[in-house]
Ligand binder design. Structure first.
Ligand SMILES: Cc1cc2nc3c(=O)[nH]c(=O)nc-3n(C[C@H](O)[C@H](O)[C@H](O)COP(=O)(O)OP(=O)(O)OC[C@H]3O[C@@H](n4cnc5c(N)ncnc54)[C@H](O)[C@@H]3O)c2cc1C
Length: 308
């Protein structure tokens, strides 16, 4: 039976895909408490925020928001912007990686286009000492994203990938990726997926995430645990301790604006904590998915609306 939480989640996931609302959001700007979850509308606005996080002992990965890229020229523009952002990161000496969504670089248009764009970005990133991580989008794009990752990883060491524990396939994917010694961010998964491809039961998603973390860490690969869930974080800490895995072989990643105290506490304990900071005009889909995950975030939005 659907409970209120499930209804709220489905509602915000439905809104996250609504292109009309996306256009309206762009027109009317960041009025909804969005700055609590987004670093700025431009990378320049995000620079001081990143500097402050670095000073506080946290490292960062930035994500230029934008999911609905429809033309080849738009995808090329996004790639060019990524190249400029990498230069700005290095010029400003930020301790910062970059996360990218392949759809924003032309995945839905052509494989050739996205590969050309990624190679241009990775060449610049390699030159400037920056690492990139490929976010994982919905399950219909999972295989293509993994294939592109493998192709890029054969040529570049500065590229990582995300694997989602709600997908049944992920354990096998991890086995097949092992030969690439990949830098993986392991997450539960943020999209609405059907029962034919994904666990619907939260306990199964959690159990699978623990299994994936364990397998990837025991395989000796650098692991990023992308979760705000203390059960996952404590599991990782205990596993590392039991198995003698040093703190420089894994990290915790959390979204900007979420669980700030936990982020700082972990950093003080000597763990690497990477803050995933989205920036850009196209904050709408991202923001709606965060509202879907955690209805408590709605409080930010309500405050944002009434404080102006
Ligand atoms: C850095 C990062 C990158 C991500 N990249 C991707 C990606 O590429 N693709 C993708 O599909 N998904 C991605 N996600 C989203 C991810 O898949 C989950 O949807 C999201 O993180 C929610 O799951 P969770 O593990 O954080 O905790 P949940 O399962 O949502 O929550 C578990 C428990 O954790 C605690 N908790 C969670 N959030 C909070 C909070 N904000 N404040 C207080 N307590 C909290 C609560 O006790 C809650 O009951 C990413 C997440 C992170 C953190």
């Amino acid at each position: 039976m659907l409970n209120l939480q499930a209804i709220t989640k489905n509602f915000f996931l439905f809104l996250s895909n609504n292109k009309t609302l996306d256009r309206l959001a762009k027109r009317y700007g960041t009025r909804f408490g969005v700055d609590k979850l987004v670093g700025g509308e431009t990378f320049s606005q995000a620079i001081p925020v990143i500097k402050q996080l670095n000073e506080d002992g946290l490292v960062v990965t930035v994500d230029h928001l934008g999911e609905f890229v429809e033309s080849e020229s738009e995808a090329r523009e996004r790639a060019q912007e990524a190249v400029e952002t990498i230069d700005a990161m290095a010029d400003n000496k930020l301790d910062c990686e970059m996360s990218v969504k392949l759809t924003s670089l032309g995945l839905d248009i052509s494989r050739e286009l996205v590969l050309t764009n990624m190679e241009m970005i990775l060449d610049k990133a390699r030159e400037r000492g920056v690492t990139l991580q490929l976010d994982m989008e919905d399950s219909s794009r999972c295989q293509a994203t993994i294939d592109i990752f493998k192709q890029l990883r054969a040529k570049y060491t500065n590229v990582g990938l995300v694997i989602q524990s709600y997908l049944y396939r992920s354990d096998k994917d991890l086995d097949e990726l092992d030969e690439y010694n990949p830098y993986l961010r392991l997450v539960k998964g943020a999209y609405k997926e059907p029962g034919v491809v994904a666990f619907q039961d939260k306990d199964m998603v959690d159990r699978n995430l623990k299994q994936l973390i364990k397998k990837h860490m025991l395989n000796g690969n650098y692991t990023a645990v992308g979760s705000h869930d203390e059960e996952m974080i404590n599991f990782t800490k205990e596993l590392a301790e039991e198995q003698g895995i040093p703190k420089d072989r894994f990290e915790f990643q959390m979204l900007y604006g979420m669980r700030n105290k936990l982020q700082h506490d972990l950093a003080k304990e000597g763990y690497t904590v990477r803050v995933y900071m989205p920036y850009g005009m196209e904050w709408y889909g991202y923001y709606m998915r965060r509202l879907a995950e955690r209805p408590a975030n709605i409080a930010f939005a309500v405050k944002g609306i009434f404080s102006r």
